[in-house]
Write a new protein. Structure first.
Length: 216
């Protein structure tokens, strides 16, 4: 087996050849296999069959890791369904600059960190990753968000609420769907490892839901 494996009971993501992703958790580590929980967000009916090649992804010790695995068996432990997977290669560590980013259509409250709370701007949230987010405001509102301005951001992804600090990286002229002038602003987020992990899980769950809705 690869020398680097996800810790016992850690959360992880499984991805198939069609780039579908599912959340899971490590339940047991054996000499040649890993046992993981049947993905929490996978419908009862359907799912990959035994022999399917998958990619297992997780974060640990400040790094992002992945390893190719094969689904070899599906078992039950009482009411809990489990998958047994066998690593098929060496574990690789991703570059920290490679972050999962998701296009969104929502709202974000943004305020310069050194300004009164009354100066909060209700902006349009465009996309988010664990490293940065992009929002859209009017050209007049963008004056408060010059490069390297420290800011506080508050937004939601479904039922999950996030409040993060960061700094403006850059901005550029853009436009809204109706043609009105606007300005896009990118904020580099200052996240702890646990904050980045929570945000990543929410983004992956939202991506899965978006794909389900697109197939409906």
């Amino acid at each position: 087996m690869p020398t680097t494996l996800p810790p016992l009971h850690s959360h992880l993501v499984l991805r198939d050849a069609e780039s579908r992703t599912w959340r899971s958790r490590v339940e047991a580590i054996d000499p040649t296999t890993l046992t993981v929980a049947r993905p929490f967000d996978l419908p009862i009916e359907g799912g990959p069959a035994s022999g399917t090649a998958l990619e297992l992804l997780w974060t640990s010790d400040g790094g992002a890791y992945s390893v190719a695995v094969q689904l070899v068996d599906t078992v039950r432990d009482g009411l809990v369904a489990l998958w047994v997977v066998e690593p098929m290669g060496e574990t690789t560590r991703a570059q920290r600059r490679a972050h999962f980013r998701l296009m969104l259509d929502g709202e974000v409250a943004v305020a310069p960190a050194e300004r009164p709370a009354s100066e909060v701007v209700a902006a349009h949230l465009v996309d988010v990753s664990e490293a940065a987010l992009r929002f859209r405001v009017t050209p007049a509102e963008a004056e408060a968000f010059r490069d390297w301005t420290p800011v506080v951001t508050v937004f939601e992804i479904r039922q999950d609420r996030f409040e993060f600090e960061g700094r403006v990286l850059r901005s550029w002229p853009s436009s809204r769907a109706n043609g009105d002038d606007a300005c896009d602003v990118v904020v580099v987020l200052d996240l702890s490892e646990s904050q980045a992990r929570d945000l990543r899980r929410a983004l992956m769950a939202e991506q899965v839901q978006q794909r389900r809705l697109s197939r409906a």
